[in-house]
Design a protein around this ligand. Sequence first.
Ligand code: 5GP
Length: 185
Amino acid sequence: MRNVLVVLSGPSGVGKGTVAKRLVEKNKDLALSISYTTRAPRKGEEDGKDYFFTTREDFDNKISQNGFLEYSNHFDNFYGTPKQFVKDKLEYGDVLLEIDVNGGLQVKNNFPDAVLIMLLPPNKEELVRRLVERNTETEDKIKARLLRLDYEMEMERLYDYSVVNDDLETAVTEIESIIEKEKNR
Ligand code: 5GP
């Protein structure tokens, strides 16, 4: 059995965060990587728990020190996966990254044994409706989000697996069986 590096991606609003949390809650040998980000913390988010919140300068330093397994720019903010953390955790168990598609594809390039899973909405129209409704931003920003949604869903074909998030527990069980299968491959 091998320890696997699992990447979970999917369009905004699909419920990636909830699925990732439930997976690590249920599986003690699965560690969720904590990313670095230059975006400001949202209400209720904690430094070192949800993200390592940092400055653009510190982020750039980490890039030049080759400290990220992957990083990407998402709506004007930078996000990166700490390389050492992932390496250390992989010695003892499986690691889960909840990152965007650009990051997922970089991971696959650097680490071909990684398993890429795309979480999809049961119904794209519903997701679009929610994105537009919950968005209090300008029309341009909404347009940018919708374009991003199409782009992310298009990348499904480059991912190893797709899982539809209709029911949380069903999606989690499906991902658990993918991990189990990959561990024995
Ligand atoms: P949010 O700002 O809503 O927490 O995250 C925005 C997007 O950034 C999400 O799609 C999330 O999966 C992605 N993301 C979070 N951490 C990382 C990371 O370390 N690398 C990459 N490439 N994307 C990330």
